[in-house]
Design a protein around this ligand. Structure first.
Ligand SMILES: Nc1ncnc2c1ncn2[C@@H]1O[C@H](COP(=O)(O)OP(=O)(O)OP(=O)(O)O)[C@@H](O)[C@H]1O
Length: 610
């Protein structure tokens, strides 16, 4: 393999990087890049991966570990690096979420758990922590009644193997034991992270192996890192020579409720002797939207890190609205009319228009989804299929099915071949060619078979081979996990097939290629769309504003900053709650947001009457 010289390396796609961005890309020390929305933080990580791999600064065979917050973000980053560096180099780029990374460690090394914390493998993942609370309640009903839910869970998930004396700590041990000793252990993701941490700290060889594997660590959306995640990270790499690159934005800190560590930037800079750098561009949003963001940064968020828009835009571009309605029905009809106009007259694809809600997607957007679908614009809840559609194996299966009807689809083909290369130990060009030929032949054979979705999925999995999947993706070593994912895929495909001409169309529907995505603000982190509609800028949606004004203002800012060219906020004077009761809405609590939107002079307020 021929590597590029460091001094000859230039950013891929001819992107112009700010000095601080370029310095970070090429740095050989720990950094923290602090920058606003659209500054290119994720892009910077992709460029840095290219630099490290293409110049062999991440020395072969060592790897880069990139940790993102959401599976789709991890998947997108991996994809960018695949495209930039090619499959051979990108094999050394592991892009995972914190949860996935800790699960990989547990699945691979669970035998290294110390006495008292052994698990029965394969384990079940507890998705609802209520199950854990029930056990505390069963042991001591008072304990549950007298303590705050979050406090009990915090206590349950605190460091393991610490002094376990005292009534409460003994009870914690009892609860852990009950969960671990089930026929298949029952573990929440936080428990998985604690157990992985325990494996690392009690097995120096495993820690050495991990530290030898990864020479560079990337951390995306660093502002939302939790105490637990940071402790886990410290246990894995705190005493290693790995070089860290963290990127984040404290204006987008929206996970404090989930335990994000508020002083994470300062602690990291101090503990890791990291250099902090600031970026001042916003490449995403049109100038008027950047101007609006700057106004809100200083007047609403009380910060001073203002940014500049890119000169690819015309100065007048970008528009923002607040649309006020008498009721939800007017809101739904008007939004439909607007979206239809954008799609038909402005040539914007449904996929580039996003409807956001703060939470309770069913309450704020349920009727919108129904109305849009009944009237010819597909719209769907993106939260539901998030896990499935950002899973490497599932994406491979979907890409393969797409290739059955369009054998020339370049993106799908490249991604599918990359997946196959990743699951086999081929590096040489002639081996890769052979693998590609074998895959092409398999596709041709599949085209001639008339299989239903479940059979198709099974055939494709058989082609890759379960053993190879397990060997390369430790999370699939848990047979339950693999079975559940494949069942979910077959079921979803089967459902879409019923309303489609063929399975190819079913895949497109499953991927939501022609649908308007609807999601919560939390899910929209890191994403961007031409137009954003935020439904429900009302006290009802921001019910906790008085308790956590900063976090709610940041959530509002995240929503606004997803837009490239247009953002609209809706306010309906009445809205049904989750029990179907009609409630009057107000904006007394969040008045400051309305005031600053108005003060900016950049937002058009409009009462929509018909
Ligand atoms: N140097 C650059 N030149 C031109 N465009 C860029 C550059 N860097 C990033 N972009 C583009 O700007 C957009 C935003 O980039 P990116 O998603 O990396 O920003 P971010 O800082 O991670 O944003 P956020 O914090 O909102 O998630 C993307 O469309 C990306 O392709």
């Amino acid at each position: 393999m021929r590597y590029r010289k460091i001094e000859e390396w230039i950013p891929s796609d001819n992107l112009q990087l700010e000095d601080n961005a370029l310095n970070t890309v090429k740095s050989d020390y720990n950094t923290l890049v602090i920058a606003g929305p659209g500054a290119g933080k994720t892009e910077l990580l992709a460029q840095r991966a290219s630099f490290l791999l293409e110049t062999n600064s991440c020395i072969y065979p060592r790897k880069i570990l990139a940790i993102s917050f959401k599976r789709d973000a991890a998947y997108n980053l991996k994809n960018r690096v695949d495209k930039r560096c090619g499959e051979k180099l990108s094999k050394r780029f592991d892009s995972l979420t914190f949860d996935a990374f800790s699960k990989v460690i547990l699945d691979q090394f669970y035998r290294g758990l110390p006495k008292g914390y052994k698990i029965n493998y394969p384990y079940d993942v507890i998705l609802d922590e209520k199950e854990i609370l029930e056990i505390y309640k069963a042991i001591d009903i008072q304990f549950h009644n007298t303590h705050d839910r979050n406090k009990i869970l915090e206590f349950h998930n605190s460091a393991l193997l610490v002094n376990n004396d005292g009534k409460q700590k003994k009870m914690r041990v009892q609860v852990w034991q009950k969960l671990l000793e089930s026929k298949s252990s029952k573990l929440s993701f936080k428990m998985i992270m604690r157990l992985s941490q325990l494996i690392i700290v009690s097995n120096p060889k495993i820690m050495d192996f991990l530290q030898e594997t990864y020479s560079h660590i990337f951390l995306d959306e660093f502002q939302d890192t939790t105490f637990l995640q940071f402790e886990f990270l410290n246990s894995c790499f705190g005493n290693s020579n790995a070089i860290f690159t963290a990127v984040g934005d404290d204006k987008q800190r929206i996970m404090l409720w989930a335990g994000a560590k508020p002083d994470i930037f300062d602690t990291y800079i101090k503990n890791y002797k990291a250099k902090d750098l600031i970026l001042e561009m916003n490449f995403r949003s049109a100038p008027r939207l950047v101007e609006l963001q700057n106004h809100l940064i200083s007047k609403l968020l009380n910060k001073s890190d203002l940014v500049k828009s890119s000169d690819k835009w015309n100065k007048e571009e970008g528009e923002a609205f607040v649309w006020v309605y008498d009721n939800q029905q007017k809101e739904t009809e008007h939004l439909f009319k607007e979206v239809k106009r954008w799609i038909e007259n402005e040539d914007i694809t449904p996929r580039d228009i996003c409807i956001l809600v703060k939470q309770q997607l069913g309450v704020y957007a349920g009727e919108i989804i129904d109305f849009f679908n009944q009237n010819g614009i597909k719209a769907r809840d993106e939260n539901q299929l998030q896990d499935l559609l950002s899973d490497d194996l599932i994406v491979f299966v979907l890409n393969t099915i797409t290739l059955l009807s369009d054998t020339k689809s370049l993106d799908e083909k490249t991604q599918a071949i990359n997946f196959l290369i990743n699951t086999s130990s081929v590096y040489e060009d002639d081996e890769i060619m052979k693998l590609e030929n074998k895959f092409n032949k398999f596709i041709r054979q599949l085209i001639n078979k008339d299989l239903d979705p479940k059979e198709l999925v099974n055939e494709i999995i058989k082609f890759v081979s379960i053993d190879r999947i397990k060997a390369n993706f430790p999370n699939y070593r848990n047979p339950k996990f693999l079975k559940d994912m494949l069942n979910k895929l077959s079921e979803s495909l089967g459902k879409y097939k019923e309303e489609s001409e063929n399975v190819y169309e079913a895949v497109q529907k499953l991927l939501g290629k022609d649908s308007v995505p609807i999601m919560t603000i939390h899910k929209s982190k890191g994403l961007e769309y031409n137009s954003i509609i935020f439904v429900g800028l009302e006290d009802g949606a921001f019910w906790s504003f008085e308790k956590q004004p900063d976090e709610d203002k940041c959530a509002f800012f995240v929503a606004l900053s997803r837009a490239k060219e247009r953002v609209a906020f809706t306010y309906s004077k009445t809205r049904k709650d989750k029990w179907d009761n009609l409630r009057n809405q107000d904006f007394k609590k969040i008045r400051v947001i309305f005031d600053e939107l108005q003060n900016s002079g950049l937002v058009e307020f409009k009462h929509i009457v018909d």
